[in-house]
Ligand binder design. Sequence first.
Ligand SMILES: [Zn+2]
Length: 82
Amino acid sequence: MTGAPRAKLRTPRYGLKIRRRVEHILQKSKRTYKCPYCGANAVRRVRLGVWACKKCGKVFTGGAWEPFTAVARSAELARERA
Ligand SMILES: [Zn+2]
């Protein structure tokens, strides 16, 4: 048998990495983004995945932490690699 997973590989390091990522993500969520409807830099996160433009009042759903998530892009990259 080869490649038996070792419990030792699952160190708390993963948690640390994720925590750092979350900090970075939280900073992102506090930013204002450009509104796709009126172009004003006034889009703020109302709640998880819901964004609203303070200028034109448009409310739309997007990524949990960014209005225009890069997840789709990275998914494409993953597909290319596969
Ligand atoms: Zn707007």
